[in-house]
Design a protein around this ligand. Structure first.
Ligand code: PLP
Length: 428
């Protein structure tokens, strides 16, 4: 069957782009096999957690009001704890985003006089405001007497010597960001996280190790809380929601820290006991069940995009055969115009809002203009195919998500066609 011939009925893809696609898909087969192995292990992990906790139909019935005695919520927490190999978990519709889950984790672990030491350089943009290192938003951690120090990565790795120098007596919490964020570096692998924690533990006892796990879930067979992290958090409209969770965040970690996180989210004394689920538990758990598969699809697409843009002469990070610990594919564009053309292409290939033209805007929480291309079923969901970029030099574009590998492939092909038609892609 001539697949390309049949595709012609639905999408226009020029012959030169088609040939490139055909070659690249062949070249990345081995990579796909490796990804399938990780997927299988993670699917088994999630399935086993659900079986062990005796997940049942009645857990999907939601509560209203205070949400006392919500068996579905409690079971969800226990399932997440098992999947992440942690003592406890807080999975809530009331955690409005990844930033909120991370902020709640910081509030759980820190008290006035404490210092946060980030060992992976500058944290994600929205956390700069939370920590009070940019913007001066009311309620930031500096207002509560929490200080911040950072050690930049050295050649993409944690700088152990630098960490030693910055380890002042007030340092209470070691912060690590697993994903690239708006940067050009490899994601921190689980092995990197493990080594970093065991090194720092030798320097000082009693520290809290926290990981921003956004975009990292199910990329490897283990999660940060399985290799020594005391607390980790992320968003349910990224990897662990499997594209089905409609909103929400999660925090996993040590029992006392999760208790404090619950107190920070609700109120001291209320803790984990309150929080109506309003019928959302089914989508959280069905999403978690699908997540290992969806994440694997997204990684396949990222590997494909990496290879195809590299073949077209772009710098990419990670490169096609590199290990991955987040779903982000960074591509370096030559000009702002070329980057915007790329984003227009991704938008055009979306199932929702494909007719919309994305423009850069002053997004709340970010220190510069940002362009976001996304046409998702869930607003802002970046486990669905999306691209974003800060508008500043160098012009890095970040591609992530895709609920199915086929959509990613089509999305990239539509994007290349769009860039070619707009004159931003020169094929030989
Ligand atoms: C997305 C993300 C966040 C913030 O999550 P939101 O849900 O957008 O608030 C924090 N850190 C990293 C690394 C992220 O990718």
């Amino acid at each position: 069957m001539d697949v390309y011939g049949m595709l012609e009925k639905y999408v226009t893809i020029d012959g030169d782009i088609r040939q490139l696609d055909q070659r690249v898909v062949k070249d990345i087969r081995d990579e796909f096999e490796r990804i399938d192995g990780i997927r299988l292990v993670n699917q088994a992990k999630v399935l086993s957690a659900m079986r062990e906790e005796g997940l049942a139909e009645n857990h999907f019935a939601g509560t209203t009001g205070y949400g006392y005695g919500d068996a579905g919520r409690e079971t969800t927490d226990r399932i997440f704890a098992r999947v992440f190999g942690s003592e406890d978990a807080l999975v809530r519709v009331q955690l409005v985003s990844g930033t909120h889950a991370l902020t709640t984790s910081l509030r759980a672990a820190l008290r006035p006089g404490d210092t946060v030491l980030s060992v992976t350089g500058k944290p994600y943009d929205t956390l700069e405001e939370v920590l009070g290192i940019r913007g001066g938003a009311p309620g930031n951690l500096r207002e509560f007497g929490v200080d911040y120090l950072q050690v930049d990565l050295k050649d993409g790795r944690v700088d152990f010597e630098g960490v030693k120098e910055k380890m002042t007596p007030a340092v209470k919490l070691i912060f690590m960001q697993r994903s690239t964020g708006y940067d050009w570096r490899p994601a921190l692998s689980i092995a990197d996280i493990e080594n970093t924690i065991s090194y720092i533990k030798k320097l000082r006892k009693g520290l809290v190790f926290m990981v921003d796990n956004c975009y990292g879930e199910f990329l490897e067979e283990r999660e940060p809380t399985e290799v020594g992290a005391d607390i980790a958090a992320g968003s349910l409209i990224k990897n662990p929601g499997g594209g089905l969770a409609l909103t929400g965040g999660y925090i996993v970690g040590k029992k006392d820290l999760i208790g404090r996180a619950a107190a920070a989210l609700t109120a001291p004394g209320l803790g984990k006991e309150c929080g109506a689920t309003l019928g959302i538990t089914r989508s959280f758990l069905q999403g978690l069940f699908l997540a290992p598969h969806v994440v694997a699809e997204a990684i396949k697409g990222a590997v494909y995009a990496s290879r195809i843009f590299q073949e077209l002469g772009f710098e990419v990070s990670p490169e096609p055969g590199d290990g991955r610990s987040d779903i982000i594919q960074s591509i370096k564009f030559r000009s702002e115009e070329q980057l915007l053309s790329f984003c227009r292409g991704i938008q055009k290939g979306a199932p929702v809002d494909s007719f919309v033209t994305p423009y850069p805007w002053d997004m709340p929480g970010y220190g510069h203009q940002v362009i976001m291309a996304a046409g998702a079923f869930v607003q802002g969901s970046s486990i669905e195919l999306s691209a974003d970029a800060p508008i500043r030099e160098p012009y890095y574009g970040y591609l992530q998500g895709g609920l199915t590998w086929d959509h990613l492939r089509l999305g990239v092909l539509i994007t290349l066609q769009q860039m070619k038609e707009e004159g931003y892609l020169l094929l030989e």
